[in-house]
Design a protein around this ligand. Structure first.
Ligand SMILES: [Zn+2]
Length: 216
């Protein structure tokens, strides 16, 4: 089986994503890019995560042409492929509909740098303009709004995180969701305080060590 290890990882993280309530039903998608093969490994569309076998995980090129797999690639493949084509530092993308991050995306507000563990994603997580699911407009909006960061909110839809490996991209999806919940809860009581520039820089240094010192 082509790219067996990557396809097994996608099934494992898909189940985890569903179990941890980062998505509902068949929503969300995960991919890994094999840069040496120039091929993308992506979760299949319209299939519940707890029923996906490695054979169902799709191998495609960056245009979405199927190379191997017995399902259809996620309809959001463009939103994954654009990062692999344009960013050399990104080899995995996780897209979820997690409740608190998606709530901020419905308000179309950015998640400010209030929580130290989302500094690796932002520091601020900006919200991209709305575009229809599955379109190249949505892919373009996500890519342009993320700039050189590693997370972006998708207006009235969800959130997307990226990293050089799936483990870290998934970690960012969890942390952005947690920080979005913190933001919403702290806004009930008052105005949360943003981390200062030097405090952000200290966390960037720590995350750079993690990201480049401990590769998957
Ligand atoms: Zn979605």
């Amino acid at each position: 089986m082509l790219l067996k290890e990557e396809r097994e990882l996608i099934t494992e993280y898909g189940r985890k994503m569903s179990r941890e309530n980062l998505v509902k039903g068949t929503g969300g998608n995960i991919s890994i890019f094999s840069r040496k093969d120039n091929l993308m490994v992506i979760s299949p569309g319209s299939k519940a995560y707890d029923t996906i076998a490695a054979e169902d995980v799709m191998v495609t090129d960056l245009e979405g042409k199927v190379i191997e797999g017995r399902c259809k690639p996620s309809s959001e493949f463009r939103m994954h492929a654009i990062f692999y084509a344009k960013r050399k530092d990104i080899n995995s993308v996780v897209h979820t509909h997690s409740i608190n991050a998606t709530a901020l995306s419905c308000l179309r507000i950015n998640l400010p740098p209030i929580y130290y563990l989302t500094i690796a994603a932002g520091p601020e997580v900006r919200c991209a303009p709305y575009a229809l699911m599955g379109t190249s407009e949505l892919a373009q909006a996500a890519f342009e709004t993320m700039q050189n960061d590693y997370a972006v909110l998708l207006a009235n839809h969800g959130v997307l995180t990226a990293a050089d490996n799936l483990d870290f991209a998934y970690y960012l999806a969890e942390q952005v969701e947690y920080a979005a919940e913190l933001y919403i809860k702290s806004r009930i009581v008052g105005q949360p305080v943003n981390l200062k520039e030097h405090e952000i820089n200290d966390m960037v240094t720590i995350f750079d060590t993690l990201r480049y010192g401990k590769k998957q």
